[in-house]
Design a protein around this ligand. Structure first.
Ligand code: MRU
Length: 363
């Protein structure tokens, strides 16, 4: 396959959200339909759909699903892949009833993953649409559909811009260590940190990827390595404990990671284990870059200490592929993210510009 491949991570079609079930990759490539807000929330909580930008798109589509679920008739739908048909939308439903449903569903969806700001950013964009002065339910429904589609499409453009901008920082022959999955599967289809590698490869540079396995859910070995294979990019999987070895031996020349939330001072939350990479990279003088759409910046948060960190179940740590790998009674702590202080970051690459220390201009 080509390096410019767009992964069909998420689509809205016939009143249904369709996602690639990321819990099954790479063993099985399965597209699953989500027909209720509850099934979407479950998919988000168990990481069948994941990655900050993809969560934002899923959240926006989820609000359309909330309208479908409440008011559609059996066997029909209002929203399809390229159009809205609200001709049989119940006449007795008011504009404010739709806004109330959007607000209720947004609260539910927003309760699934607390760290990824892109999710709340997208839900807020949809909520703002409801604040317009709508004279008919049809107009509001059309506007919500357009906004959700815009969030989806803009993400593709943003990632491509970000990729091209970041690719300029990579040299022919670079070996890039990355963590978790920041590719097409984590976005509308292109990727952020991994998108930079894709863009560099597209521009003719030879780049090799080292993909951190990313315990406990293995987004690196299962998803990043799978995406690299789809795109013919050379990839080597490493346990994250080997980062010190890799950098002390000069095996990797750059570290590029994504972000779930960036505070106004540049402190960055990303998949747990990112902070370790940043500390080791600083020690060995390896440039450590963060890549994210500008919507990942949360200017309301002064520094990283205020970023909410999602805590996940002990079972994810104490089991491996469904098999117990810890003695009964042992505890486990499972923060899904950590915060890298801005002084360890060499550059924050966004679609708008590349920010450099001291990051005064970011928030
Ligand atoms: O728990 P996940 O898999 O949703 O965590 C994803 C990450 O940490 C990514 O690095 C981040 O969301 C950026 S994705 C472009």
């Amino acid at each position: 396959m080509q390096s410019d491949l767009v992964i069909p991570t998420i689509r809205f079609k016939k009143g249904t959200i369709e996602i690639i079930d990321q819990t099954r990759l790479p063993a099985e490539y399965e597209i699953i339909p989500l027909r209720s807000v509850e099934s979407l929330c479950d998919a988000m909580k168990k990481l069948a759909i994941r990655g900050a930008p993809a969560l934002g798109v899923a959240g926006a589509f989820g609000l359309l699903l909330g309208i479908e679920e409440k008011w559609r008739r059996e066997g029909s739908w209002f929203f399809d892949s390229e159009k809205v048909d609200a001709s049989d939308f119940p006449k007795d439903v008011s504009v404010s009833a739709i806004s109330d449903q959007v607000a209720t569903v947004a609260d539910k969806i927003g309760g699934t993953r607390p760290t990824a700001i892109n999710l709340f950013w997208a839900l807020d964009r949809m909520r703002k649409v409801c604040e317009g002065n709508w004279r008919s339910t049809r107009d509001l429904i059309n506007a919500l559909y357009s906004e959700a589609k815009a969030i989806f499409r803009e993400d593709l453009d943003i990632c491509k811009r970000l990729g091209e901008r970041g690719a300029a920082l990579l040299k022919d022959g670079d070996s890039v260590l990355t963590h978790c999955n920041t590719g097409g599967l984590a976005t509308s289809g292109y990727g952020t940190a991994l998108g930079i590698v894709v863009a560099a490869v597209e521009s003719g540079k030879r780049i090799e990827v080292y993909a951190d396995e990313t315990r406990p859910l293995l987004q690196g070995s299962r998803l990043t390595a799978w995406e690299c294979k789809q795109r013919n990019i050379p990839v080597t999987i490493v346990c994250e404990g080997s980062a010190g070895y890799l950098m002390s031996k000069g095996i990797v020349s750059r570290v590029i990671v994504g972000a779930d939330r960036i505070a106004a001072n540049g402190d960055t939350a990303n998949k747990v284990g990112t902070l370790n990479l940043a500390v080791i990279a600083k020690h060995y003088g390896v440039p450590f870059y963060v890549a994210a759409p500008y919507s990942t910046v949360d200017p309301s948060i002064k520094d990283g200490s205020q970023i909410p960190i999602e805590m996940r179940s002990e079972e994810e740590v104490k089991q491996f592929a469904g098999v117990e790998v810890a003695p009964e009674g042992a505890g486990a702590l499972n923060p899904a993210f950590d915060v890298t202080p801005h002084n360890l970051i060499a550059a924050i690459i966004t679609d708008e510009e590349i920010h450099y220390p001291p990051f005064d201009d970011i928030g």
